[in-house]
Design a protein around this ligand. Sequence first.
Ligand SMILES: Cc1cc2nc3c(=O)[nH]c(=O)nc-3n(C[C@H](O)[C@H](O)[C@H](O)COP(=O)(O)O)c2cc1C
Length: 550
Amino acid sequence: MTKIIFGILICTILIFAAVLPVTGELPKIKPKNAIENINLIMDEYPLPPPISVDMVLEESICRRMSVRSFTGEAVTDEELSTILWAAYGYTENGNRSIFNPDGTYSTIIYVIRSDATYKYVPENHSLSLFKSGNYLHLGQYTSPIKFGLVWDMNAESDELRGMADIGMIGQDIYFDANALDLGTVTTGLYVEDLYELGIPSNEKPEIIMPLGHPSSPYDFTYDPLPVSNLPAVIDNTISLEDAINNRQIIDLWDDIPLSLLEQSQLIWSSYGYSYLIDNVNSKRHRTLPSAIGYYPFKIFAANHSGVYQYFYNTHSITEILQGDQREEIKNCVEYNNIIIDTASFIIIPCLDTNIGSSQYQRFWYYENGAIIHNVLLETAALNLSANVIYDISNEAGLRSALGISSQTNLVPLSVVPVGNPFTSPNFPPEKPDIDGTTNGKAGTSYTYTFNSVDPDGDDVYYYIKWGDGQTEVWDGPHGTGVDVDIDHTYANQGAFTIEAKAKDSNGAESGWSTLQVTMPLNKVLINPLFLRLLERFPYAFPILRYIFRL
Ligand SMILES: Cc1cc2nc3c(=O)[nH]c(=O)nc-3n(C[C@H](O)[C@H](O)[C@H](O)COP(=O)(O)O)c2cc1C
């Protein structure tokens, strides 16, 4: 018997030992060397909130320069979080920090650290562990962090658009890194190294950007270019963060000319020179990087009076063609709903293929994105709105509209209309029609119908004074031209004036309409004898009302 009990005990222990590893709750294993100061949730690591960087946008743009040598000092998680948000995060309005007209957003950002490589997850601003181990040897230069920017061909089939996104991301990495006293450089060589990470076959490595503290601290001297036929570049008050959050994409503008200063700021941001001298390298940098320092774009701009070419060396413009060419420009692109010819200022970056060879085409596509992004940010800093068009249906026609027909080496890569948003004049609704019983009985409920048509089709609200001290205060919203029934009972006899007005959803009000109504009491009640009787016997009133159906 003891043997049997002992046998059962041993069997039970063995069964438990076999089953426990499968069914029991095991502690989650932290991936080797994973980020220490970020809480572990499976293999996703929430990033801390981004730091608020208040450097104004123009200063960020002017301090942009490539840094290739870094100290060993670590980049904090807060700094990383700030840069990743600006690069590719979601804004307060649910937009992305960069703008892709088709919403394809085909970039994947690999964050390579000494502990592991992560993917940035913009949706919840976190890092997702991709591969453990140190891959910082990939690409050029030695730095504590590297961003591997990869084009996901499944999300976007057109490399021009994929690279434009990456060019935009690159700008924000430069700007925020610099504002945080960190440094970076766009590198397009040795990016195939990223395949060593085991990235999927639909992903193409495009750019690697190292990030770290510059070995030589930034050192700038303010030295603006001499004033030309354009005003000198000035600082507005909006930071990069605010410009990202406030960016407005629209389809229709008010077609009122922009000031020369606004036009100057916009065209400068696209391709101009910094107002700062970089004392470390004894040079003035451009508003964006360019592969091999080629800068192969020519920037054209059209407004209501003509087409101009921008000359960054002198921060000046030269008229190429007189007269409004905006409609011609519109006719050469797939503009969909975008009414380009109402935009006050249209910027068209053209790749000069004599300078930018096709061998580096994807790099020029990157640069096109960087140009657009700068214009979009400056647009926001000027409280203006813009849009972006990549589909150029008639390249030769567009060249002709710009007055550069013979320069077939110039290839327009995008069209960026900018201006003040169209604000439609709002017309007030018509005076309401009032319909209902004009001769009834006090104490009886009647239905009155109100109807007002709003010329803009806006919803309407009704304000009704019944004439007996009762009011309906802005009853609504109701559809324009829809009958609105409201019941009312006049408790006392008499003649009343119903007054009603309407307002639309923008607050524009109509005039007053009126309807005269009389609500006499039954003649029997008006008889003085009856009135005296009622004074004596007030409780008789309900009985009389019932009998005479008052
Ligand atoms: C698409 C692209 C690719 C680049 N590739 C490299 C590169 O492989 N290595 C490098 O050191 N710099 C690279 N650069 C940086 C340029 O050399 C640099 O922007 C240019 O010399 C101007 O200098 P700045 O950025 O300091 O003003 C690249 C820039 C771009 C836009």
